[in-house]
Design a protein around this ligand. Structure first.
Ligand SMILES: [Zn+2]
Ligand SMILES: [Zn+2]
Length: 163
């Protein structure tokens, strides 16, 4: 995920646009994995102010997640944006180092994707989820578990209410 900025320092506008299409296979979230169903597209521009580079980028991709209710695969279109400062030394808060004329977008792109991931995703609004007793996918039809069966905690509550 490299943007080359060698022509930027001599460019009178002080700004160059870029567009990248990268294949990220997955992001590892300390045990939890996020997979991608297609490439990650990054567009934006780099500005040079004489000391540091400011990268403004937009990220567009599609991640593969699991439905929070039935665990089916869900393709989730994701769009996010980031701003990241780079300098040759990388000194300062939130400043990454640029190596020569190369700016590596790996960190801001991954971070912006992670921040944009939904906590919960559903395959569809009316997903019925899995039966808590037998684990059957209720979207496929009713399972054999009795509907009369109540969670023990609910049973206790019911008794309390009836008392
Ligand atoms: Zn579902
Ligand atoms: Zn069941």
């Amino acid at each position: 995920m490299i943007v080359y900025v060698n022509r930027l320092k001599s460019d009178v506008s002080g700004r160059v646009p870029f567009g990248l299409t990268e294949d990220i296979k997955e992001i590892d979230l300390g045990g939890e994995r996020v997979d991608f169903s297609g490439p990650v597209k990054i567009t934006g521009s780099v500005e040079w102010d004489g000391v540091s580079f400011l990268v403004t980028g937009e990220v567009q991709t599609e991640v593969i997640l699991e439905c929070s209710r039935c665990l089916r695969t869900v393709r989730y279109p994701l769009r996010t944006a980031f701003k990241q400062k780079y300098s040759e030394t990388g000194d300062g808060e939130d400043v990454l180092s640029a190596r020569g004329d190369r700016i590596d977008l790996n960190i801001p792109v991954r971070e912006s994707i992670l921040l944009e991931l939904p906590v919960k995703v559903l395959c569809r609004e009316e997903c019925k989820g899995l039966c808590p007793l037998c684990g059957a996918d209720r979207n496929e039809g009713e399972c054999d578990c009795s509907n009369e069966e109540i969670d023990p905690r609910m049973q206790r509550l019911k008794e309390l209410l009836e008392e």
